[in-house]
Structure formats: structure tokens, C-alpha cells
Design a protein around this ligand. Structure first.
Ligand code: C5P
Length: 297
């Protein structure tokens, strides 16, 4: 079956960053990936996908992006017989290579927009899974427990509260792959802490900082920029701080807005550039109204 996706009115779709509210690695899988238990959360720090009506597909990539997942998503869609009538561009706001999932979100949110407008989910999930382990989550965003390679997703209710994050200055080629390669069995755990955290959210309870784990902590602590950022959080008054996913972004969470704001100010005074963020539940109403998906032969 072939599909035509038509953008009927100008749309600006936020492609949100994500945090990993805990990430446990259970071990290595036969396919070379690692088996994960993690909680993924979209936050209100977003790139912007700009979609406009056009007779055929035109994509204007942002400057300076090396591995453009949006371009690859469009290529996969075209290969699967999806005709896209739209002009697309992308405004970057999420720091790149920070572990905030920016590139994955740009591609995953675009696929999500088409799914929520009527493109078959299975088709989009297959493409998203090929693009990267984090990409399928962004088809819906929100809060999810992710297992397997990171692509087996169960939606959860969001936590309440505020996140404060800092992106340490760390450039590492093929960062995610390198960090996975640096894991040893001593970094593996059974996933129970993250599963208990997920159960708390499912019951409407709030995050328990004691249940946050990060399998990459040991390898990440070998980088001075990460150590300094974690220390800066504690010095600024945070009770705890963790890397998000494979880092290097470091975050903390507070149920109180005033405490998060105070911490943000203290981190600014120490010379860092903290980002204050809240959980974000994407809304797909405008894409449903502005994009048409139809079958053709
Ligand atoms: O899936 P993605 O392309 O984002 O993964 C990048 C790299 O991270 C993989 O090539 C693999 O080395 C590693 N990875 C892993 N286990 C996962 C996810 C990623 O080992 N669950």
C-alpha cells in the first residue's frame, strides 16, 4: 500500500529533548546491542520542525549537522512509497551531542506527526527503529518505560516537578557507541530500581531520587567535565545529580519550582549555563488538523 502525506497549512511542530530518568544496562545482547531498562521523559526544550504546503518534498537541513536523521527518515519514507507533499525545515535549539536526544527527536517527531495524521504506525516504527534506539520513543513522546534495545515502550504518567540540567563541555566522537563499549559487567544491574521507579509513576507517585541509576556513571566519571558538573550541582545545593542516559548532560529534579529556580541561579553564579525544564506531553492536535494522509495506488 502506498501513501501520500500532504501538509495543508503551515505548521510548527516542537521536537522535544528527552531525559533518561534512570538507565540500567542488564547485559550484552546477541545482536551486539545492550539490554536496557530506562525511563524516557520529554521536556519543554525543543527543536522546531517547520512544515509548509508545497507540491513536492523539499527539505532544508539546518547548517552544520553531520548525521541528519530527518534526511534519513525522509529517504526511508520515500523508499517505502510514501509521497510527501511539503516543504520542511528544522530549527535547532537542543544542544547537539548532549545526550538529550535532539537528532532522534527531530526524526521521531516528524514520523510521529505523520502517524498521528494517519500513517500506519507499524511502518513508522520500522523506520524509527532502523534510525536509532531512541527514535521510536519520539513517535509519541511523554513518559515511557523503555526495555530491550530501548525500543520496547510502555507509556507512563508523567512525574510532577522541575528539572535542572547542565550540558558539560565534552566532545567525544561516536559518544554513545564509545560509552556502551566502555561498559563492563560491573556496570550491569538487574533493572529493578528503574522498574520500581516506573511502578511509582504508574501509581501516580512522584520520582524517588534513591531509585535513579545510571550504568554509564563510572565511564562518564573518567571525564573531568562531567565530574566538575556533578560537583557543581552538589555545591550549588542540589541533593543529588545524575547523568542523563549516556550523558554528558547532568540533571537533577525537584518537586518544588522555587527550589529548582534557586538551584538554577546558584549554578549560573558558578559560571554554568543551567536549563530549567518541565515534563512535556506532546500535543498532536494541530498535526491532525494540518496534515492529510491518504492511500493511493
Ligand atoms: O541505536 P543507536 O544507533 O542509537 O545506537 C548507537 C550505538 O550505541 C550502537 O551502535 C551500539 O553500539 C550502542 N547501543 C547499545 N545498546 C543499545 C543502544 C545502543 O549497545 N541498547
Amino acid at each position: 500500500m502506498l501513501y501520500r502525506v500532504t501538509v495543508r497549512e503551515p505548521l510548527v511542530v516542537p521536537a522535544p529533548a528527552k531525559l533518561n530518568l534512570g538507565l540500567e544496562v542488564l547485559g550484552k545482547r546477541p545482536d551486539g546491542y545492550h539490554e536496557l531498562v530506562t525511563i524516557l521523559q520529554t521536556i519543554d526544550l525543543s527543536d522546531r520542525l517547520i512544515l509548509e504546503p508545497a507540491p513536492r518534498l523539499a527539505y532544508q537541513p539546518p547548517p552544520g549537522i553531520s548525521d541528519d536523521l530527518v534526511a534519513r527518515a525522509l529517504q526511508f519514507l520515500t523508499e517505502k512509497g510514501v509521497v510527501i507533499e511539503a516543504h520542511l525545515s528544522l530549527e535547532k535549539h537542543i544542544p547537539v551531542a548532549a545526550g538529550l536526544g535532539g537528532g532522534s527527536s527531530d526524526a521521531g517527531t516528524l514520523l510521529g506527526a505523520f502517524v498521528h495524521a494517519g500513517l500506519p504506525r507499524l511502518l513508522a516504527v520500522a523506520i524509527a527503529t532502523q534510525l536509532g534506539s531512541d527514535v521510536p520513543f519520539f513517535l509519541d513522546g511523554g513518559t515511557a518505560l523503555a526495555r530491550g534495545r530501548g525500543t520496547d515502550l510502555v507509556p507512563l504518567p508523567p512525574p510532577n516537578g522541575w528539572f535542572v540540567l547542565v550540558v558539560p563541555e565534552l566532545t567525544l566522537a561516536h559518544k554513545t557507541r564509545q560509552l556502551y563499549a566502555a561498559l563492563s559487567p560491573a556496570d550491569y544491574s538487574d533493572g529493578m530500581a528503574t522498574l520500581r521507579q516506573a511502578e511509582r509513576l504508574r501509581l501516580g507517585q512522584n520520582l524517588d531520587p534513591q531509585l535513579v541509576r545510571n550504568a554509564f556513571l563510572r565511564p562518564l566519571l573518567t571525564f573531568e567535565a562531567v565530574r566538575r558538573t556533578l560537583d557543581a550541582f552538589l555545591t550549588a545545593g542540589a541533593r543529588w545529580a545524575w547523568p542523563s542516559g549516556a550523558g554528558p548532560t547532568v540533571f537533577t529534579w525537584s518537586p518544588q519550582r522555587a527550589a529548582a529556580e534557586q538551584l538554577t541561579l546558584a549554578l549560573e553564579r558558578s559560571g554554568l549555563r543551567p536549563i530549567l525544564a518541565v515534563p512535556l506531553q506532546p500535543s498532536w492536535e494541530q498535526v491532525r488538523a494540518g496534515i492529510t494522509v491518504e492511500q493511493y495506488h
